[in-house]
Write a protein that binds this ligand. Sequence first.
Ligand code: ZN
Length: 161
Amino acid sequence: MGALTMFRPQRERDRIRRFSEPATAITRNALASALASARSAYPNEFGGLLRLTGPRLIGELLLLPGTTAGRRHANFQLWMLPADVAIVGTVHSHPSGAVHPSEADLQLFRHWGRRHLILGYPYSERDWLAYDGNGRTIPLTVVDGPRPVAPPAPPRDRAGR
Ligand code: ZN
């Protein structure tokens, strides 16, 4: 009894630990698809979820079932949240162009999630800000793809010498 828990492989424990660290970066693709969704929802708001695809790296955008794009507010149905430790926060758009959180946004941020993006019209690649769970702006680096987890192996001598 309890052996499975006791002998959970070290790499699995490492994976869980690393995925519990707050994100510091987002892939260009994930950001671009969020901005594209915001543009297509305009003049309504768009809402989605941010998912990690690597340690500290947001690389996936999820549309939450039941999230309605209202003219004034994207309503997050958080009770429909999938049980997924890699989902770390929310993204939504502001057709007004403002990228600061509303009072309702701050309540949402404090309630759940550690990373939140607000996208402001006209949704260019600079029209957004990232916030932590307390509604404070945080830097989020845009990267071209998943960063390597370990340094790449040295090139092998193809001639076998
Ligand atoms: Zn908002």
